[in-house]
Design a protein around this ligand. Structure first.
Ligand SMILES: [Zn+2]
Length: 89
């Protein structure tokens, strides 16, 4: 579970860290350098933070599933087009 969390945030870190952001050591999310505390977890208790992680992982998994489904539909469409093309020729 923790590796999934880490992988998800490696990508987010890479895309959002541009010098004006820093990564929170507690929740691993990027937040603005000028902020005195992390905007994501400063107001959360440890159990609430755990809940946030679960939610994030769930959303991330749903997004991945949607991307996979979109890819599958694209492949199906290409196969259908190929079949139609072959039949017509
Ligand atoms: Zn944080």
């Amino acid at each position: 579970m923790s590796s999934l969390w880490d992988n998800a945030f490696e990508k987010q870190k890479a895309s959002k860290l541009d010098g004006s952001m820093q990564v929170c050591s507690r929740c691993n999310l990027p937040y603005p350098k000028f902020a005195s505390e992390c905007e994501h977890c400063a107001h959360l208790s440890d159990s609430e933070l755990d809940e946030l992680r679960k939610q994030y992982n769930q959303q991330h998994n749903e997004k991945q599933l949607q991307q996979k489904l979109a890819l599958i539909w694209a492949v199906i469409l290409i196969v259908i087009l190929l079949i139609v093309f072959i039949v017509v020729m």
